[in-house]
Write a protein that binds this ligand. Structure first.
Ligand code: B12
Ligand code: SF4
Length: 572
């Protein structure tokens, strides 16, 4: 009998439901690793996804292959324990972002029950790992693969394996690049080995994957990357390829991806991206407080006036999903008002605020560690280090806890209010007035299909129903939702997809935040006698050990110091 390999995807159900609005995405790592297995035909390969399969139906396998992100720790360990009890002779291995991050946080012991823990890219090593285990060759409990896989050598996805499961998932996810050239102090993407620059897949492989998935009936795509325009020349080649594939098949898709604000400069690329189906762009806006952006070295957001750049990008029809962060050292009490004002003026349709968290391995983590501002709670390693729990952070903030929490609670009241939501929609519609709008060629954009998937899943349907009830409890909200609809149908463009997205995000914020109270926050601030000179600890620069050019380390350091030093005389 062939040896059995079972890929296990077990995200924490609470997070998975809340963060993805009940929509289920395919676990890309599974189909990536399986396509890199040599002699696949020699194994019996299956997938267990806790969102769609029952654990009781899982059969024995020689090796159970796990992956995950930090916030899934408890679910991963509980599935592993269940299987180990039933199948004590099987081997259990784990890799993925959770292992890299826990390694950085010195917390790998939390995954101790696994036979092997693998850190780093899997493409080049997965076959050997499997063979070694099957042949009882000792390879050590922890394998740290620091060598990055050259993405230009990527294979296309394992379509035969994927096609057995694809219909369970909403749309499809295709990886296109890794890495980002920017230097944000809080970011754990730029600090992965050799990840402070773009590593790009061959555009023709991307085209091939999309084409295969189109043939499987997929129309909504996530292009997984850290920054799609980290190499904008390559990005344009990818976009050309995507247009070609769609025109060949006369089938049009919609796309979500990650970019940075400097995309505003690339007019031709932006136009082509609309023609290729790019619909939603995640952009780290982070803050409307310029000094906070300087402090965190997100200098690309400070070059020109942020609001006009957002409007410029939106004017093509894109919906920007904004990353917004509170809790920067230079955030003052007015940070909440600044954000409300910034969203209103720019017309951002979406953006779920989160609290600044020091992710293991980042310069921010080092700064917080050196200035003794890290909160030592083991729970924070698995949850806050992903930013997964919204009301928690592992840093002692400079702002007073009560001011911060009450400020946020007040912010939330405005944020879910009908008038504010209408104003942001109105401002969005106004940003489309410069004749740059390009209609998507896919019929509905992604939204209606997402709803279809929600309807297929009883748990998501209950969530949707609850959302509807909570939302419509307040007649003022209903009034502004109708007013929003009226605004959209009067617009000269077809904005129904944008409207649906606005309404869905808004109702999601209402569900999530309506009952938020002081007790829901697990955060703290520095002690009263904290010495503000400590916010730039002595060894902050000296201990920077990232393997990136020295001048880049200096650039980030300089920006952070510039932002923070304004604060020291103010506070002392
Ligand atoms: C696409 C994506 C999403 C999509 C998810 C699509 C999906 N399929 O599930 C969406 C937009 C929904 C999303 C949401 C979130 N995401 Co996300 N996402 C990504 C992104 C950009 C790509 C992930 C991916 O598929 N990459 C391609 C695959 C092939 O890479 P991989 O999984 O890392 O696998 C490789 C290696 O790790 C290794 N490997 C993996 N497993 C194993 C196992 C073994 C045995 C071996 C040997 C090797 C191995 O081999 C693979 C090939 O090299 C990553 C960033 C990135 N560039 O990776 C963030 C990332 C995974 N997300 C992250 C986070 C925090 C989130 C959210 C919590 C954000 C939020 N606050 O809402 C939510 C969680 C949603 C949920 N509950 O499921 C973090 C996780 C950090 C961490 N350590 O926990 C990441 C790493 C970004 C970051 N650095 O901040 N995300
Ligand atoms: S732009 Fe985004 S991905 Fe790039 S370093 Fe900053 S936060 Fe990280």
């Amino acid at each position: 009998m062939k040896p059995g390999l079972t890929f296990v995807h077990s995200p924490d159900p609470l997070y998975a439901d809340n963060q993805n609005y009940g929509v289920e995405f395919m676990p890309l790592w599974v189909f990536n690793l399986s396509s890199n297995l040599n002699n696949k035909e020699n194994y019996n390969i299956t997938l267990y996804d806790s969102r769609i399969h029952k654990i009781d139906n899982m059969v024995e396998s020689d090796i159970f292959i796990f992956s995950g992100i930090n916030q899934d720790l408890h679910m991963i360990n509980s599935v592993q324990e269940n299987l180990r009890t039933r199948y004590p002779l099987s081997k259990f291995i784990i890799g993925g972002p959770i292992t890299w991050s826990f390694h950085k946080a010195n917390s790998l012991h939390l995954l101790d029950e696994f036979d092997q823990i693998i850190i780093g890219d899997g493409e080049d090593i997965i076959s050997e790992i499997i063979e070694n285990i099957l042949n009882n060759k000792q390879a050590g409990k922890i394998i740290n693969n620091e060598k990055r896989f050259p993405l230009s050598k990527s294979k296309s996805l394992d379509i035969p394996f994927l096609s057995r499961y694809i219909n369970h998932y909403y749309g499809a996810v295709v990886e296109v690049s890794r890495g980002c050239p920017f230097l944000c102090e809080f970011c754990d993407i730029r600090i992965l080995p050799d990840n402070n620059k773009s590593h790009c897949k061959n555009p023709s492989i991307i085209g091939q994957d999309i084409e295969n998935l189109i043939k499987l009936g997929k129309r909504q795509f996530i292009l997984a990357c850290d920054n799609f325009i980290g190499d904008h020349v390559w990005a344009e080649k990818v976009v050309d390829e995507l247009i070609r594939v769609q025109e060949n098949h006369n089938v049009y898709i919609s796309i979500y991806t990650w970019v940075t604000i400097n995309i505003y400069r690339h007019e031709r690329l932006l136009k082509k991206m609309r023609l290729a189906g790019f619909d939603l762009l995640f952009i780290g806006i982070e803050s409307f407080n310029k000094n906070s952006l300087i402090e965190t070295a997100k200098v690309q957001n400070t070059k020109l006036e942020l609001i006009s750049l957002i409007k410029e990008i939106q004017s093509y029809g894109f919906i920007i999903v904004a990353g917004l962060i509170f809790g920067f050292d230079t955030d003052q009490e007015n940070c909440f008002d600044l954000t409300i004002d910034g969203i209103k003026k720019s017309g951002l349709l979406s953006g779920d605020p989160s609290f600044l968290t020091a992710l293991p391995g980042t310069p921010l983590y080092r700064r917080m560690y050196l200035s003794k501002r890290l909160r030592n709670n083991e729970d924070l390693i698995s949850s806050a280090s992903t930013g997964g729990i919204k009301y928690q952070t592992n840093i002692n903030y400079l702002q007073d806890k009560d001011d911060f929490v009450y400020g946020f609670l007040k912010f939330i009241q405005i944020y879910i209010d009908g008038k504010f939501q209408f104003e942001r929609l109105d401002s969005f519609v106004n940003s489309l007035n410069n004749n740059k709008f390009i209609k998507l060629r896919s019929s509905t954009g992604g939204f209606l299909n997402a709803l279809y998937f929600v309807f297929k899943n009883p748990r998501s349907l209950v969530m949707l129903f609850k959302r509807g009830v909570i939302f419509s409890k307040n007649p003022i909200r209903v009034y502004f939702a109708i007013k929003g609809f009226y605004l959209i149908i009067r617009s000269k463009h077809n904005l129904i997809n944008q409207f649906m997205f606005w309404l869905f995000s808004w109702s999601n914020y209402v569900t999530k935040y309506s009952d938020l109270k002081y007790e829901d926050f697990d955060l703290d601030c520095v002690a009263e006698d904290f010495d503000y000179a400590e916010i730039i600890p002595d060894k902050y620069r000296e201990l920077a050990d990232e393997k990136i050019p020295k001048n880049k380390i200096d650039m980030q350091y300089k920006a952070t110091i510039e932002g923070l030093s304004k604060l020291i005389p103010q506070k002392n």
